[in-house]
Design a protein around this ligand. Structure first.
Ligand code: ADP
Ligand code: 2DT
Ligand code: MG
Length: 212
């Protein structure tokens, strides 16, 4: 029998919903429970492509909208060989944002249809679970003001949320919405439990391709 594989778990949600907090906490919690787990944050600003993306986000550089969309996708593809290797070694990978953020943010610009936005990410490793951290705009506001990066405004974030809702209608994907207004530890316990159940369910199943 083939060795058991790890699960690919994506965290998505509005700004300040707690994706990065929960991503770190989930990997820590899974490791403490004896699982092998790694975290990848997209965009990964450390690679050459990621540095270009970062300079765009902090407004040091202007990039054409199609171009930056393709760079975000390329920043995922450059991780795919290692992601596959790790998953097949039984390591669960938690991704802080994935292709769904890629589609939702570009689609929110208004002149890019969902289908075009999805194309560059077709064939990426398909997440076994996409946790959508749901937080109302009012509750998000209580967690502090927006920063100064591109996309950090309430009007744009509202459009992003609508794009996420469209993506969540795709029932071929395992979306699970969780209430992100809970305390960090309560939310962590809920997320860890859903993650462990998914890890158990997919360990003997082949890794699939996204949107294919
Ligand atoms: P995201 O990555 O989704 O933008 P972060 O994890 O960076 O969100 O969290 C945004 C802010 O909210 C941080 O200051 C973090 O400490 C705080 N935070 C995260 N989760 C919670 C929570 N469950 N309750 C209250 N504050 C939270
Ligand atoms: P962080 O604040 O999480 O570092 O995100 N984004 C992200 C895109 O526009 N396309 C993508 O493919 C991804 C992964 C969301 C930085 C910003 O980058 C946006 C917020
Ligand atoms: Mg974050």
């Amino acid at each position: 029998m083939a060795a058991r594989r790890g699960a690919l778990i994506a965290l998505e949600g509005v700004d300040r919903a707690g994706k990065s907090t929960q991503g770190r906490r989930l990997v820590q919690g899974l490791r403490a429970a004896g699982h092998k787990a790694d975290l990848i944050r997209f965009p990964d600003r450390t690679t050459e492509i990621g540095q270009l993306i970062s300079s765009y986000l902090v407004r040091e550089k202007d990039l054409e909208d199609h171009t930056v969309h393709l760079l975000f996708s390329a920043n995922r593809w450059e991780h795919v060989p290692l992601m596959k290797e790790k998953l097949h070694q039984g390591i669960t990978i938690v991704v802080d944002r994935y292709a769904f953020s890629g589609v939702a943010f570009t689609n929110a610009k208004g002149n890019f249809c969902l289908d075009w936005c999805k194309q560059p990410d077709v064939g990426l490793p398909k997440p076994d679970l996409i946790l959508f951290l749901h937080l109302s705009p009012e509750e998000a506001a209580e967690r502090g003001n927006y920063g100064h990066e591109r996309y950090e405004s309430s009007s744009f974030q509202e459009k992003v949320l609508q794009s996420f809702y469209c993506l969540m209608e795709d029932k071929t994907l395992n979306w699970k919405t969780v209430d992100a207004s809970q305390s960090i530890e309560d939310l962590h316990r809920e997320i860890k439990s859903i993650a462990e159940k998914t890890m158990e369910e997919v360990q003997n199943k082949p890794l699939e391709e996204l949107w294919k």
